[in-house]
Design a protein around this ligand. Structure first.
Ligand code: SF4
Length: 620
């Protein structure tokens, strides 16, 4: 390997208190790139089928890619992955954190952590030196305090990853956090870390990232940083980041409102990008190597957390604002801060709170059972219920299992409005009127998340409601670029998505970093391989597959929106099924969503056939 990859993987066994460095197989690097690709390869190869995600056998994987940390715009992403305790399938997320660059500079492409420490512990990695240290004094601290303490001990430039009290208590949607407000691993990666008694990971590296052609990387980097700053949308993006999406989603009837019952919200402008910019925003934060930082730091002006600040983007505010009927930015910011400090995913928290409110309004749970009365817009009550969720108190402990589990336990038909796919709560787009985005959620490889396919913008631009195979092919193309390429190269997709930085830069960076000439066709092949291996992992763990697992909840099909420009909209089951069939055909999967043997051979995944056939009969 000439560069891009370090060629080394660090393995840490917490049960035995040992670590070892292994060579990265060059073929794995070429075929899977890194990040998500490395993670799913390791999980398939090393996890026995049916492992309890919260047992010591599960692996917690931190993976970089060949573009991570190099002098390229927005290259500071780290993928965190494991078998998910929330969904039981493949789980991952990415974090924009100094830890991404530090892992690479310490000399590793990936860090794979197994076992369980006897007592609360932390891992400290300084190049070759790897130590498992006592962290009993950190256990119980929220993520902000833990970050401060670790920065005091190891310096502000260290890469620091922590969990909060929610991860320690195994809340199923606990995340891994960094730098007060950066978070990743929605499907419970923080709970996996907590199950290993691992409070924190600190990484300090002092090596040069190896590059095939360092001069060319520097030249491309300088040109690219300039190019991004010259983009038309650059200034507005830096002012509002993704928060402008509140107004845009409302105008297009896609703003999640009242547990995704509606797509428009009367008080949207009070929690939108313009209100934020005028009243609440006090600063800006970004990931390493990013010159279009989008982390909006906002000050809470009123309420119990008055004077504190918190970093927000669209997803947080939409799910903790309109989706709860909240039109007061102070409450949305407060809930966001509590989620970040506790170390839970803001999207899933918003979803479980909204689900419970709807269940109460429909008479399926009583205020006595929940321990309080809930009403749309009641920030005080949501703050108290959020506190009970993250500390697993009373009814909060049921909600800490996630909306799928909670609705199954409540029963009485509440599953119909538990807004998740495959067990992961749906992120912040109402899809009553957007069949393409609904399919994107339905087929996202970690459960319903926008990371892999933010198809709604394409649908709005090119026309809503189109049911065609061409649309499905476009969705697959988009998933391959977003969830295949960016999640395995490990870099941020937003320069391309938001300011129009050209995709053609990336093969050039890959060539300069690794010396290898990837075309976009090659990169789509890598992405198809990763998507299909992730699907195979799910099939193996679930013992089969069926179309309902790739389908959004009944509410969007059965209960139309009643307000706004698209009132009356709902999804058609017949159309969705047609789109799903085309999706399977174009991915080379059978009509139950299971990869065909011929597809596995074409993608160089024939080695998984014998194991997969222990679970299901594969179609040719
Ligand atoms: S655009 Fe935003 S998410 Fe992407 S690297 Fe920059 S700060 Fe991070």
């Amino acid at each position: 390997m000439r560069g891009g990859w370090t060629g080394k993987v660090l393995r840490i066994d917490l049960s035995r208190g040992k670590s070892v460095v292994q060579d990265l197989d060059p073929k794995v690097a070429v075929d899977f790139l890194g990040g998500r690709g490395f993670a799913v390869k390791a999980l398939w190869d090393e996890l026995p089928r049916g492992v309890d995600p919260l047992s010591p056998e599960n692996l917690l994987i931190l993976a970089t890619g060949p573009l991570t940390g190099i002098s390229m715009p927005s290259s500071g992403k780290l993928v965190v992955a494991a078998k998910s305790p929330l969904t039981g399938g493949y789980g991952d997320g990415n974090i924009g954190t100094r830890a991404s660059v530090q892992v690479k500079k310490a000399g590793y492409d990936a860090v794979i952590i197994s076992g369980k420490a006897e007592k609360p512990s932390m891992v400290v990695i300084e190049n070759e030196k790897v130590e498992i240290r006592d962290a009993r004094d950190l256990w119980g601290l929220d993520t902000y305090k833990a970050q401060e303490e670790l920065e005091r001990q190891y310096g502000k430039s260290s890469g620091i990853l922590t969990i909060g009290p929610a991860g320690e208590r195994l809340v199923k949607f606990a995340v891994i956090t960094s730098e007060k407000g950066r978070a990743g691993g929605r499907p419970g990666m923080g709970a996996v870390m907590g199950s290993k008694n691992l409070k924190a990971i600190v990484v300090k590296g002092s090596k040069e990232i190896p590059l095939a052609d360092p001069k060319e990387v520097a030249r491309l980097g300088a040109d690219s940083f300039r190019d991004i700053k010259s983009k038309e949308n650059y200034d507005f993006w830096v002012r509002q980041g993704t928060m402008a999406t509140v107004e845009w989603a409302n105008a297009n009837a896609a703003l999640p409102t009242y547990n995704m019952s509606e797509g428009v919200f009367d008080g949207y402008d009070k929690v939108g990008g313009n209100a934020m910019e005028k009243v609440y925003k006090i600063g800006q934060k970004g990931c390493p190597n990013c010159n279009m930082p989008c982390g909006n730091i906002n000050e809470i002006k009123e309420g119990p957390y008055k004077g504190r600040d918190t970093e927000v983007d669209y997803e947080n505010i939409a799910m903790l604002g309109p989706n709860l009927g909240i039109d007061n930015m102070n409450w949305a910011l407060t809930l966001n801060l509590v989620a970040d400090e506790s170390g839970v995913d803001t999207i899933s928290l918003g979803s479980v709170l909204a689900f419970t409110t709807e269940a109460m309004k429909r008479g399926l749970v009583t205020p006595e059972e929940v321990g309080m009365r809930l009403d749309w817009g009641d920030g005080q009550a949501f703050l108290e219920l959020a506190r009970r969720v993250v500390s697993r108190e009373g009814f909060g402990s049921l909600l800490a299992e996630g909306v799928a589990q909670a609705s199954q336990r409540i029963g009485k038909g509440s599953e119909r409005f538990a807004m998740h796919v495959k067990g992961l709560e749906i992120s912040a787009y109402d899809c009553h009127a957007y069949i393409g985005m609904a399919l994107a959620y339905g087929t996202s490889p970690i459960g319903a998340h926008h990371k892999d396919a933010w198809f709604i913008s394409y649908e709005i631009r090119e026309g809503r409601g189109v049911v065609s195979e061409e649309r499905v092919r476009k969705l697959i193309w988009m998933q391959n670029v977003r969830g295949g390429f960016f999640e395995s190269a490990a870099a941020c997709r937003l320069p391309w998505v938001e300011v129009g930085y050209d995709l053609e830069w990336y093969p050039k960076f890959l060539k300069a970093a690794t010396g290898l000439d990837y075309s976009w066709d090659d990169l789509h092949m890598v992405a198809n391989r990763i998507y299909t291996l992730i699907r195979a992992f799910w099939v193996r763990e679930k013992g089969g597959w069926g179309r309902s697992l790739d389908t959004p909840p009944a509410k969007w099909f059965e209960e139309p929106q009643t307000k706004g420009p698209l009132a009356g909209s709902k999804l058609s089951r017949e159309d969705y099924e047609r789109m799903l069939s085309w999706y399977y055909e174009n991915r080379g999967w059978d009509q139950n969503g299971i990869p065909r043997k011929s597809t596995l051979r074409k993608l160089g995944l024939d080695w998984i056939i014998p194991e997969l056939e222990k679970v299901v009969k594969l179609a040719e």
